[in-house]
Design a protein around this ligand. Structure first.
Ligand code: HEC
Length: 93
């Protein structure tokens, strides 16, 4: 029972999130969030200024479903939660 509970309640982990960010995000957004690589003529949003204005739900849907010209990223729910935890640490004051 305890094991089951532990498996269900994922504790978002910013360290794992940082690794996922490097793999899935930094190619367009850059290590510091400001790289602004263009996709179909649209620059990747500056995460250093935008993350603080977006809710966890929006950040998750942006990653999993994509937004505008940003393609969806292959992250499961736990991985997306880890990346959100990292984004909050790295890109919010
Ligand atoms: C292939 C390049 C690419 C990758 C990979 C990528 N993004 Fe993006 N991202 C973009 C572009 C381009 C936009 C702007 C889309 C638009 O406005 O049409 C964007 C927008 C965003 C936004 C702003 C959304 C909004 O509603 O303002 C966030 C947040 C974001 N990306 C986070 C991430 C995260 C986190 C990852 C990794 C899981 C990631 N992106 C991976 C290119 C990328």
């Amino acid at each position: 029972m305890l094991l089951l509970l532990a498996a269900c309640a994922h504790q978002p982990d910013p360290v794992t999130g940082a690794q996922k960010y490097d793999l899935f995000c930094s190619s367009c957004h850059g290590a510091d969030g400001t790289a602004g690589v263009q996709v179909d003529g649209v620059a990747a949003t500056d995460l250093a200024t935008s993350v603080g204005t977006l809710t966890d739900e929006v950040l998750t849907s942006v990653m999993v479903d994509g937004v505008g010209t940003m393609p969806p990223q292959r992250l499961d729910d736990d991985e997306a939660a880890d990346v959100v935890a990292y984004l909050r640490l790295a890109f919010e004051d």
